[in-house]
Design a protein around this ligand. Sequence first.
Ligand SMILES: Nc1nc2c(ncn2[C@@H]2O[C@H](COP(=O)(O)OP(=O)(O)O)[C@@H](O)[C@H]2O)c(=O)[nH]1
Ligand SMILES: [Mg+2]
Length: 232
Amino acid sequence: MHQTFDAALEINLLHANQQGADHNRAHFDEWGITCLNLMSSPGAGKTVLLERTLATLNQELKMAVIEGDMTTELDAERLRQYDVPVIAINTGRSCHLDSKMVSGGIHRLAHEYNPTEFDLVLVENVGNLVCPAEFEVGEHAKVALLSVTEGEDKPLKYPVMFQEADCLLITKMDLAPHLDIDLEKLEFNVRQINPHVTIIPVAAKTGEGLETWFAWLRNQVQKSPTKQLATA
Ligand SMILES: Nc1nc2c(ncn2[C@@H]2O[C@H](COP(=O)(O)OP(=O)(O)O)[C@@H](O)[C@H]2O)c(=O)[nH]1
Ligand SMILES: [Mg+2]
């Protein structure tokens, strides 16, 4: 009985979140913005990847970041050095961003800037391999990061994140030679869960794979319906 109630509550919660996510996506579409949701366990390398991305693509794309952390603006401060708007959201006790929090973030962005000037909003979700995958925030695509230090079994143990991902970045590839990680096994495990996900091995530290990541990003921006209309 208790379980039935919990399940109903969860369905309502996810339904309300989904409605908020659809609303956020409608705003992004109206403004011609592509939104990507970056998710991983804490420390997989989301912020460093964003630093490299902002530094490299700053001249080419008009970007903004929505930075989710339970507390502090430490990551937001790191990213503000790249001269892009960074909206910091502290989630308090929540282990993920939800669509309502991100709605607050995009309205702050729209209040301070002309939102139609932006091409890309990158959301750094709270570090957690489970919950963020359940809560859409209005993104057009989900990017999961898994570092080589986490082990090849994680896609099997935490399948939702890997099922949902459109792109999976295997991060910290520079460390792979020092570990026992079996990269072929890792890819095999990922494909069991999500046969079609784009897998890109990267090392933000050395630059390995970053051009492939940037190409994937550009392609996502090109796919924006409003951008296609504008360039038609
Ligand atoms: N060796 C190595 N370390 C990295 C790489 N990317 C990130 N790190 C380190 O991993 C730690 C966590 O990175 P961070 O970007 O803060 O992870 P986040 O919690 O996912 O945002 C930091 O000490 C980074 O310097 C990489 O490509 N190679
Ligand atoms: Mg971070």
